[in-house]
Design a protein around this ligand. Structure first.
Ligand SMILES: N[C@@H](CCC(=O)N[C@@H](CS)C(=O)NCC(=O)O)C(=O)O
Length: 175
């Protein structure tokens, strides 16, 4: 999504997940991994920050200190809490248990309280915070859409994100 928003051409390269070749690129054998001009960058925080800062186009980061803090709060919330309690907790391919539902719903309700009246998570412009949260909400909508019932601010923001090319062009196909 960051590449699309910045207008940076990119290619998705398949990898033998968990293999030694994967470990040579990312010692913790996770994704994403960015190869750029012969350099490998791992971890979403570093990758998205590098793409935002090293290329022309929208900055995707607020210029004021308070805005930056708010963006980083969201990125931290996504990386630590929503990733664990929603993305990792909500199963694919079997019904969600009551306990999983409570864990995920509670995290989403807490995230909802962080959304204000602005269209994007940090003000009037799209930032990396939106690009962190959008795939997590897409993942939730795919696996257990009812988890978002009644969460009006998250849903409204999600609809705004879903209308963007970066969202549509990076949607994954499970078939
Ligand atoms: N802190 C890492 C988390 C990376 C991560 O856990 N990625 C997931 C995919 S979104 C993954 O590789 N999962 C596969 C696994 O845990 O083996 C980042 O922000 O890049």
């Amino acid at each position: 999504m960051t590449c699309v928003e910045k207008g940076i051409p990119y290619e998705l390269v398949p990898i033998d997940y968990g293999s030694d070749a994967h470990g040579a690129l990312h010692p913790f054998r996770r994704m994403p991994i960015l190869e750029i001009d012969g350099t490998i960058i791992v971890e979403s925080l570093a990758i998205t920050g590098h793409l935002a800062e090293a290329f022309p186009g929208p900055t995707l980061q607020p210029e004021d200190a308070a805005g930056l803090a708010r963006m980083r709060t969201w990125m931290s919330v996504c990386a630590d809490y929503l990733f664990a309690d929603v993305v990792r907790t909500v199963p694919r391919g079997r019904p969600i248990t009551d306990e999983e539902q409570t864990t995920a719903r509670s995290a989403l309700e807490r995230a909802e309280t962080l959304i204000d009246a602005n269209p994007f998570l940090v003000g009037q412009e799209l930032t990396l915070a939106d690009l962190y949260l959008a795939p997590q909400i897409a993942n939730c909508l795919e696996k257990a859409p009812a988890l978002l019932d009644g969460l009006v601010r998250l849903t409204t923001w999600g609809q705004l994100m879903a209308s963007r090319d970066s969202y549509r062009l990076t949607a994954y196909d499970l078939s």
